[in-house]
Design a protein around this ligand. Sequence first.
Ligand SMILES: *[C@@H]1O[C@H](CO)[C@@H](O)[C@H](O)[C@H]1NC(C)=O
Ligand SMILES: *[C@@H]1O[C@H](CO)[C@@H](O)[C@H](O)[C@H]1NC(C)=O
Ligand SMILES: *[C@@H]1O[C@H](CO)[C@@H](O)[C@H](O)[C@H]1NC(C)=O
Ligand SMILES: *[C@@H]1O[C@H](CO)[C@@H](O)[C@H](O)[C@H]1NC(C)=O
Length: 461
Amino acid sequence: MWIYGAGLGGLCLAVVFVPTIWFLTNQGISHVDTSPQSHNATSAWCSGKSNVDRVCRFKNLCFSSVYDTFLFLHGEESILDGIPDQRFNPALVDLSSVADHNTQYFHYVDAAVENLRELPHRHHIFKMGKFLLFNRFNPDNIMHVFHDDLLPIFFTLHHHGQFKDGPNLTLLPFEGWIHGEFFDLYQVLSKDEPILKLDLKEDTLTCFDEIYVGLSGLSTWYQYGFNIPQGPIPDHSLTSFHVKYFREFFQRKLNLRTTCPPNAKHGVLLSREENRLIVNEGELALKISYAFNMTMLTVSLETHSISQLIQEISCAKILVGVHGSLFILSLFLPPSSIVLEIFPFAVNPDRYTPYKTLASIPGLDLHYVSWRNMEERNSITHPDAAPQYGGIRHLKEEEQRRIILSVEVPPHLCCKDPEWLFRIYQDTVVNVTEIIKVVTEAMTSSSQDSSVGKASWIDGV
Ligand SMILES: *[C@@H]1O[C@H](CO)[C@@H](O)[C@H](O)[C@H]1NC(C)=O
Ligand SMILES: *[C@@H]1O[C@H](CO)[C@@H](O)[C@H](O)[C@H]1NC(C)=O
Ligand SMILES: *[C@@H]1O[C@H](CO)[C@@H](O)[C@H](O)[C@H]1NC(C)=O
Ligand SMILES: *[C@@H]1O[C@H](CO)[C@@H](O)[C@H](O)[C@H]1NC(C)=O
């Protein structure tokens, strides 16, 4: 990794470019095409004790698309403040709020500013303004998008004093993925259009005026089981004030109403179209609707945009569905509403608690209940599916038999445990009678510990 000066300088560049400079304002960010001679040295200021809690600010940090790495350009004016001696042990900063994950480490390579002209970059670009460099952890999954990225970005901007009515930094999601389905949510937290690693030109050294690196873990409440089985982060510091502050900003930016119609009385059923189905979903919606005298909206990512989902959920009295990523939108539920999470056969609700932990944050005033299918005959398994969707045919027969006979998935680590996938991807015929009972109990306790006014909506029970 250590290719200071001489190392990189050894790679000679035959062509010398005439230093032309011009300004482009594409994406609202000013670019200057510069020359190897006109680069300023890099400086860094870091604080924190380890890669997990460290954050850094760089001036003139450059990304080389030739070497696929950041270059720290050492020069006489370079300032290095708070850089540990052991910066590869394991890393200077985590690029994700997911702590100490070995695919999320930020490193840079040292180079001497005077050796730049010897490096094989065909173009030199300078981007003015302030940027936040981070990795999206799993941009395809809405739970991960909110928990790992959006909330941490929001609080990181505040940490750096770069948020006043809105973000004052432009996002640099640098994990290397394409925009993805939820990119518009990241745009909300970016001063100008975010720049992906894929957006940077080939054969180019792109230098950034000012970059903040790393995401604050302040708002994270769940760990995914990389070292120990998944569970709440002990003593996490997310409070209802954080959630409400984030939620109000997001609703405003997405142009969603922030108050509910006074007579609003509906529930939301999170539906899945491909797998992990509630076989009798229609019956469930109808009977909840009848029992509690409220309209039930059945929604999914296939039929609704995230904005529409947030809009409906932000006025819902109850949110129902099978354990899955859309439950993260309970961030937007109004006070005194109920979260009902359904678990397939052999999946113990106590072991998978990202949404229970969220709903239990004091002050959010949500009522969390779970229902678990205890009847194997009401479950439909998919042993022939692809392994990532719970198929088990790739396993030894003995192991397949063990899994099929097991009545509870034992504690396991992330992310490819075949028994967990086999069970979580079951379809379920839910017992509507039992579910109505659980919800009724939750509503009764909800009306008991809420003020008198809030109790009126359960009059249909
Ligand atoms: C380099 O530093 C000088 C002096 O601080 C400044 O005037 C100039 O704009 C800087 N150039 C770049 C490309 O940052
Ligand atoms: C945003 O950053 C710019 C410089 O990039 C600075 O001039 C401005 O004062 C900042 N605004 C806020 C509200 O912090
Ligand atoms: C639903 O649960 C109740 C009580 O546990 C039980 O009596 C009933 O048979 C169940 N219904 C179905 C369809 O499994
Ligand atoms: C059900 O709700 C509607 C309006 O939301 C109300 O007019 C009606 O009286 C309610 N029915 C019962 C049985 O509470």
